[in-house]
Ligand binder design. Structure first.
Ligand code: ATP
Length: 248
């Protein structure tokens, strides 16, 4: 689904990514882990197109998207969430989801009916289905400003899903969450993976979350790949234990 080859990225004289290559299969959940400053977020941004690599190539289902803009990558199927959830705090959960669905429709060239006040019934129905997918069906009428951090993140995930992505990219989806919020979001992601077969890429610090969700894990350190494999393989890898876990 995604193939990155020999990605290099410099910030001035600092070499942040030094030849990263990875492949993510369709329906796979792929996690990038590593110590602070390893380059995870930079790699994430290079893949979403927010940041340009100095060299290397990125393919989505075989298509070279290395020089495609971030917004055009969204149209091609990249959905992403941010470390701080991007939602409209002044609107309800339902309204946020409706706004995201209508944005997708506009991108697809669907024109809103000028005579209708409010959203079309099929958009409202779709928003309700989306709310169930993110386990927020009981919070539709709540203002987003009153949501917990975890609920905001799930709402943002719903708004991203409204765009019907082929790949869901999440930068630290559980950062700063309470244990119960973390539990809820992990369950939602698991369902997307298991029942919908969505391809998911995430960066994450919480090893329990990584272990729970990921088919494969890539460990980065100082802009390089230390190891890639299943969580069991990663746990058993001596280089990972030394470099990442700080063990002798
Ligand atoms: P964390 O887990 O703390 O989020 P990370 O693995 O995501 O870390 P990055 O945020 O990708 O790491 O940063 C990697 C390195 O690149 C760091 O040394 C950081 O200071 C540097 N860096 C990141 N963004 C920029 C930038 N815009 N300009 C200059 N240096 C940057």
């Amino acid at each position: 689904m995604i193939e990155c080859r020999e990605i290099y990225k410099n910030y001035g004289a600092i070499k942040v990514l030094k030849g990263i290559s990875l492949t993510i299969g369709k329906g796979e959940t792929f996690a990038i882990i590593g110590p602070n400053g390893a380059g995870k977020t930079t790699l994430f941004k290079v893949i979403t197109g927010e940041s340009r690599a100095n060299s290397g190539s990125i393919r989505l289902e075989g298509e070279d998207i290395t020089n495609v803009s971030a917004s055009a990558r969204v149209t091609r199927g990249f959905g992403r969430t941010f470390q701080v959830a991007r939602i409209l705090a002044g609107n309800t959960v339902l309204e946020n989801l409706i706004i995201a669905i209508e944005a997708r429709q506009r991108n697809q060239g669907v024109k809103p009916s000028w005579w209708r006040l409010g959203p079309a019934p099929d958009v409202v129905d779709e928003a309700r289905v989306l709310a169930r997918r993110i386990a927020m069906a009981d919070k539709l009428g709540l203002s987003a400003s009153f949501l917990s951090h975890g609920d905001r993140k799930r709402l943002e995930m719903g708004m991203t899903l409204a765009l019907k992505p082929r790949v869901l990219m999440m930068d630290e989806p559980t950062a700063g969450m309470s244990p119960s919020d973390r539990h809820d979001i992990v369950n939602v992601i698991k369902r997307l993976r298991d029942e919908e077969g969505l391809t998911i890429m995430l960066t994450e610090h919480d090893m329990d979350v990584v272990s729970d969700l990921s088919d494969r894990v890539m460990v980065m350190n100082y802009g390089e790949t230390v190891a890639t494999g299943s969580m069991e393989e990663i746990r058993a890898n001596t280089a990972v234990r030394e470099i990442y876990l700080g063990e002798e």
